[in-house]
Design a binder for this molecule. Structure first.
Ligand code: NAG
Ligand code: NAG
Ligand code: NAG
Ligand code: NAG
Ligand code: ZN
Length: 576
């Protein structure tokens, strides 16, 4: 009897194993192919999220105003007159400057430019000024009230802001057209405020003039509210308090303001993204106080060197990404998955299964995170924006300050983000043996000693400005149906019938995240229904808002007028 040697035994076993392994691999490949390419039949027991898809919506009296709406969108004479109003509004330089006094009452002359703008508005919109009642709030804030016949109905509130972001002198020579010239070339309108957001303010006023001309008398009160320091975080804006005093909390039917993305092509679908929420916001100051001295006898690490380590620590410790139903961005992708004509099958699967399947969730987070322009929507961001320190090249710095700005994801909050930064500082403070004092955002003026001060020095952390993530506007109800359905109507039937008339494709109107913070942050008490959406063609990032050569495609401006005109008519027909 020949005994099978260990060696042959193992060889045999290995062969068998290899065979099993190969079979297993084949099975895996088949399974994964099936997993990625066949799963279009969705499991019955799992509830797949739904896009709040809407039908096209028109007011019941649409037919009688159809000709006028076509004129607004297409008529060259109308366009010419409208362009003139935009040009004159851009020519009123209403820049907001960082050193603007907060006390308006005693510094009226510093705001004189708004009087010039107000006069221009009176000249260009005579009917509106005859018909609506104007309240000047905190001197330069504008609140117009168009009284409705039925005061039991909640007013509709339309917003924009009068001020524009300032021009840096250094960039002046890079403007193709001077920023306050207001140049129109037949297709594009150039100038500061053309996109952010005099187009919205002027467009709303043009729509109201047209409504007055056709003899419309609102049942539901309409309010226009225009602040004058939106670019300075709105601390002088007393309009919302004024409106709340008149009408009470949660008294508005809905609020519309700038924000969101007009139209954007995502994976070959055209989407209109209505901002139904905003991220939170925090500015943090982190400073080091350290003994100075002559730089001929330095310590191993100066205050600047230690701050350098902290910078690396913060930037390497990124916030996590999230893809959850708490964030309106989630529905943006669900809408894409459900409505896109040619979306990639794997992407579609991952979106629809993201709330049940960790791998799908991770795939979709990686997909969104891979592009800077989409990644901001699914995580708290951090940007180190200012650093100050050192005064003399031969003296050791005694004080260094870093300022950072963080935009808070909807799944997180101010406290959560702040603690991440405190943790980063604590790590570095321990490493270099410094003390650490922290002033927490909701305990202003009270320092907490996390690490006692040492001979080396001390870190101080405090917040400068905080805003929690916003409440989320409900969607899927009748208010959403009117807002989103009007948007579809304007784009598909009025503006671009040649693309949509005989096509399966639609403009996918979806909730999403506002790209920044708007004045609506002070209006949360007035309504749960806040739509941050400026009709138009280009997303605001493309339109160079805040940058050089801000511009709009003028078609977009005409769409604002048509949208506002129709939206007011439709809302007027609804009951609360
Ligand atoms: C409007 O038309 C008039 C007359 O043709 C022209 O002089 C003017 O420049 C036009 N305005 C704009 C903004 O194009
Ligand atoms: C989207 O794509 C279409 C066709 O490819 C193009 O005509 C349109 O200008 C694009 N829109 C935006 C907002 O990029
Ligand atoms: C978009 O359309 C182009 C041309 O039809 C196609 O090649 C591409 O794969 C599509 N992209 C996506 C993400 O579906
Ligand atoms: C803040 O967010 C953290 C983490 O998500 C959570 O544990 C905490 O309860 C939140 N605090 C508040 C006040 O919402
Ligand atoms: Zn703005």
């Amino acid at each position: 009897m020949t005994k099978m040697t260990d060696k042959t035994f193992f060889t045999e076993k290995k062969k068998k194993l290899t065979l099993i392994k190969s079979l297993f691999l084949v099975l895996l490949v088949v399974l994964s192919l099936y997993h990625f390419h066949k799963p279009k039949t969705l499991k019955k027991d799992i509830e797949i999220p739904k896009c709040p898809t809407v039908d096209i919506y028109r007011p019941s009296n649409y037919e009688s105003n159809k000709e006028l709406l076509h004129k607004i969108i297409n008529d060259p004479v109308y366009r010419n007159i409208s362009a003139g109003k935009m040009i004159r509004s851009i020519q009123c330089d209403t820049s907001s400057y960082d050193d603007e006094p907060e006390d308006v009452e005693n510094n009226l002359e510093s705001f004189e430019r708004f009087n010039v703008f107000h006069k221009q508005l009176r000249d260009d919109f005579p009917l509106l000024h005859e018909t609506l009642k104007l309240h000047n709030v905190n001197h330069f804030g504008l609140v117009y009230i168009w009284q409705g016949s039925d005061s039991s109905l909640q007013p509709l509130l339309l917003m924009a802001h009068q001020d524009v972001s300032p021009i840096s002198e250094a960039s002046l020579d890079q403007w193709i057209h001077p920023p306050f010239a207001g140049v129109y070339d037949g297709k594009f309108m150039y100038g500061r405020g053309s996109a952010d957001c005099k187009n919205l303010l002027i467009g709303q006023m043009e729509a109201i003039e047209e409504l007055i001309k056709i003899g419309f008398k609102p049942r539901r009160t309409i309010i226009l509210s225009y602040g004058y320091d939106e670019e300075l975080t709105g601390v002088r804006n007393k309009n919302p308090a004024f409106i709340e005093e008149m009408y009470g909390t949660k008294s508005m039917f809905a609020i519309m303001d700038e924000g969101g993305v007009s139209l954007q092509n995502i994976s070959n679908s055209t989407m209109a993204i209505v901002g139904t929420g905003e991220k939170g916001y925090i500015d943090v100051s982190i400073s080091i106080q350290k003994k100075g001295g002559h730089s001929s006898v330095p310590q191993d690490h100066t205050a600047i060197g230690i701050m350098g380590s902290l910078i690396v620590e913060i930037e390497d410790d990124k916030f996590e990404t999230h893809f959850t139903e708490l964030n309106p961005t989630f529905y943006q992708y669900v809408c894409l998955a459900e409505n896109s004509v040619d979306i990639d099958a794997v992407l579609k699967h991952d979106i629809l299964y993201s709330q049940f399947d960790d791998d799908a969730n991770s795939n979709i987070r990686n997909f969104i995170n891979s592009d800077r322009l989409t990644s901001y929507a699914i995580k708290t961001t951090q940007a180190l924006d200012i650093i100050n320190g050192g005064v003399k090249v031969n003296a050791l710095p005694e004080f260094v300050e870093l300022r950072l700005n963080s935009r808070i994801a909807l799944e997180e909050n101010i406290t959560f983000a702040y603690e991440k930064f405190v943790k980063n500082v604590e790590t570095i403070a321990k490493k270099y043996d410094l003390g650490l004092n922290v002033e927490y955002p909701y305990n202003k003026g009270e320092d907490v000693v996390i690490l006692p001060p040492t001979d080396v020095g001390v870190f101080s952390v405090k917040s400068l400005f905080v805003l929690e993530p916003s409440p989320i506007t409900p969607v899927g109800d009748k208010k959403w149906k009117v807002f989103a359905g009007t948007t579809r109507h304007i784009y598909e039937e009025l503006a671009y019938p040649e693309i949509y008339e005989n096509s399966e494709e639609q403009v996918i109107v979806t909730p999403g995240l506002g790209t920044g913070n708007t004045d609506t942050r002070y209006y949360w008490r007035l309504s749960d229904y806040i739509y941050r959406y400026r009709p138009g063609v280009l997303p605001s990032v493309t339109a160079n808002s805040h940058g050089i050569n801000e511009y709009i495609e003028f078609d977009g401006h005409l769409q604002i007028i048509a949208f506002t005109f129709e939206y007011i008519l439709s809302v007027d027909e609804l009951d609360d």
